[in-house]
Ligand binder design. Sequence first.
Ligand code: CP
Length: 319
Amino acid sequence: MTASHDRPSRSLLSVDELGTDGILRVLELADHMAEVNRRSNPKVPALRGKTVCSVFFEDSTRTRLSFETAAKRLSADTMTFSVSQSSLNKGESLRDTIDTISAMGVDAFVIRHASSGTPWQVDQWTTASVVNAGDGWHSHPTQGLLDAYTVRTSLGRTDRLDGLRIAIVGDIKHSRVARSTSAAFRLLGADVTLVAPRTLLPPVVEEPVTEDLDGVIEDLDVLYLLRMQNERMNEALVPSLREYTSRFGLTPERAARLAPQTLVMHPGPINRGVEIAVDPAELPGAVITQQVTNGIAVRMAVLFDLLGSGEPSTEGISR
Ligand code: CP
């Protein structure tokens, strides 16, 4: 069958810019990509002739590898820009670097940078699509999308997430995941509560806030634990990691109070013994591995949404 879809924006920079309809469009596409991924040969020619370039100025395991896998499964060519081996080290500017790569004929940049706003800046410099793979503390839209997709598929939902009770726990202040994932959940109608010490909250948040994890833990559809972003802290914002875990971590005592159907999520990488002080494999509702698996289907959907205008080929994607 032939894929057809409303033309999205040229780039994916934030969940808020995508909006509810855009999120639902990507999640629907992700269902089709997940079907491709279940095949013995998980590859379709949808983006044959397109080139996707990864430009990561910060470390990554999941996002970088899943974007590269996603591009390859759609038959796009991939380029990986290695910051440490590039002419940036000879003083070339980011603008000249983007212009240089653009001149090679790139259809999409997948960019991660420590400075908030960099993907918006790059989007001004190139006619290629730009996908924000994480900018500073600000935004990580594909994480928000894969988290929404994981909740939807894990709970057997086919539309929005209306009425779900979700707690996002931990280092909200430094977390681009918290911003994008809470936005995705909120735009899909879920009731999101932020659980954090005041020192780990930004000055302004849209969701209700509590410091009392024990007061909400028994009534949750989703418990979303964030990584303590020690690399982004230049002062001690919690008295000690041990005290943080005792108040905000998933300890064995709290795990025993979770309803069996409560989903337990974490974007990775996990600080074991800090956010999660139990073996996630022993939690009936843990979907942390599924988040990683779903990241490929969701990133395939994002790339197809941006680059797959019906040409060169949507062959092989059932709709
Ligand atoms: N969740 C996430 O962005 O992981 P990586 O930093 O490994 O890409």
